[in-house]
Design a protein around this ligand. Structure first.
Ligand code: S3P
Length: 183
């Protein structure tokens, strides 16, 4: 495990579906010029399947194994600095939470249920929310996951009412402080 002083200078975005990880990741990529690793996207490219297809044909547990394998693979001290955007459920496994903390500065993007519901209702790409009552699922999963996001994150940012540009600015200021003062 890394000691804080040898922590790689990656920025890792965690948080519930619809909290803006992908959009903010792209904004950070644009500002910093670092490569963006969107974990869901990498898994889709490698399997040749959408996340929904993976859930339907191989099951959620197989998808969670893919996430853990990818997090292990990302622990490469020789890799250039990166922005890493994760799927909302990556914090479910204790092993993953430790791997995340070893990857760099972990930022938890948060938003209230109403905002998440509004943002996620615009497409059907999230298998966990394809139910009669997505609001109830969001509420239940949020309750279960909040302490897990909390324990995995260095910083929590509420994205409701903020554009990706403002969120990115907040992250960069805090990340600079973190990487400068951690020794
Ligand atoms: C999931 C979130 C999704 C994706 C999968 C499962 C979750 O990613 O990994 O559908 O368990 O919250 P986003 O958070 O990018 O939507």
């Amino acid at each position: 495990m890394n000691s804080e002083s040898s922590l790689p200078e990656n920025i890792v975005l965690i948080g519930f579906m619809g909290c803006g990880k992908t959009t903010v990741g792209r904004e950070l990529q644009h500002r910093l010029g670092y490569p963006l690793v969107d974990m869901d996207h990498v898994i889709e490219l490698r399997t040749g399947k959408s996340i929904s297809e993976i859930f339907a044909t191989q099951g959620e547990a197989a998808f969670r194994d893919m996430e853990t394998n990818l997090l292990q693979e990302l622990q490469d001290p020789t890799a250039p600095r990166r922005i890493i955007s994760t799927g909302g459920g990556v914090i479910g496994r204790e092993e993953n939470r430790a791997l995340l903390k070893d990857l760099g500065y972990v930022v938890w993007l948060h938003a209230p249920t109403s905002v998440i519901l509004d943002r996620t209702s615009k497409n059907r790409s999230r298998p966990l929310l394809q139910t009669e009552d997505p609001a109830a699922i969001i509420q239940a999963l949020l309750e279960e996951r909040m302490p897990l996001y909390q324990s995995a994150a260095h910083l929590k940012l509420d994205t409701a009412g903020l554009c990706s540009d403002e969120v990115a600015t907040g992250i960069l200021e805090c990340a600079r402080y973190f990487f400068t003062h951690r020794l």
